[in-house]
Write a protein that binds this ligand. Structure first.
Ligand SMILES: Nc1ncccc1[N+](=O)[O-]
Length: 244
């Protein structure tokens, strides 16, 4: 997968050189290219923003600069364009799985009050453009959101996770874990400061272990994410209600 990121703070993406994503880049699974938006601002101050039409606080990023930058980066190609913004569609594990199928993603990082809307209008005619939110809070810009999305998508690419199975068992993963968060995890020692590991996990009985894990996933989902639990099959919940 090729990933292009356009931002006025390219240094935000240094973390993409470490850990799983860094190794995927070394292996060539991921081809990440970070671009400094100001390279396409031609005035002496490399201006990328201006005051909003209609008044109001803050600044809006200029369409001309973005247009030149995107045209140069995509060179007539058609990546899927993702614009992080608090007003976008929710970023979910499902959307991460969908984006992981794409051969080429372009992330446009807005700062300030956002990017002039005509940029999204202009490219929606040529590319798949998604405005995406990683959560209902306001960050100073899209860079951190892109780090979140690149990590969530990158770990789903073939060969990135040592054990491909773990992506299947992820919280929220489509299939068995849909609308479920994962339950508690344990490792050695079996007893630590008086706290024991649940006996079933030491039993070696895989069927019982799988059932216990599902029970705990449902229990934690009901406790921490009642809105997800509400979407669970009632039969599933019913079996567990008695124990909660
Ligand atoms: N929440 C956000 N705040 C600012 C920029 C982008 C954001 N987001 O969720 O993608």
């Amino acid at each position: 997968m090729r990933l292009d990121i356009i931002s006025i703070f390219p240094e935000y993406f240094a973390p993409l050189d470490v850990s799983l994503i860094g190794k995927a880049r070394e292996r060539g699974t991921l081809d990440v290219r970070v671009h400094q938006l100001r390279d396409w601002a031609h005035d002496v101050h490399k201006t990328v923003d201006d005051t909003p039409y209609g008044g109001g606080p803050g600044m809006v990023m200029k369409p001309e600069v973005w247009g030149e930058a995107i045209d140069d980066v995509i060179e007539g190609g058609s990546p899927r364009m993702v614009v992080p913004t608090p007003s976008g569609r929710p970023f979910t594990q499902e959307l991460a799985q969908e984006l992981a199928q794409e051969p080429w993603l372009l992330f446009a990082c807005g700062r300030y009050e956002g990017i002039d809307s005509r940029v999204m209008e202009e490219y929606s005619g040529r590319l798949r453009v998604d405005e995406v939110s990683i959560g209902d809070y306001v960050l100073a810009g899209g860079e951190v959101a892109v780090l979140v999305m690149v990590e969530a998508v990158g770990r789903l690419l073939p060969g990135v996770l040592g054990n491909a199975q773990s992506a299947v068992d992820d919280s929220f993963a489509p299939g068995a874990m849909r609308n479920l968060v994962e339950g508690p995890v344990y490792t050695k020692p079996p007893l630590w400061r008086g706290h024991e590991v649940p006996a079933v996990l030491l039993s070696g009985h895989h069927g019982n272990v799988a059932r216990w894990r599902r029970d705990e996933a449902i229990r934690r989902t009901v406790r921490n994410r009642p809105e997800l639990a509400a979407a669970l099959d009632p039969a599933t919940l019913d079996k567990h209600d008695r124990k909660l």
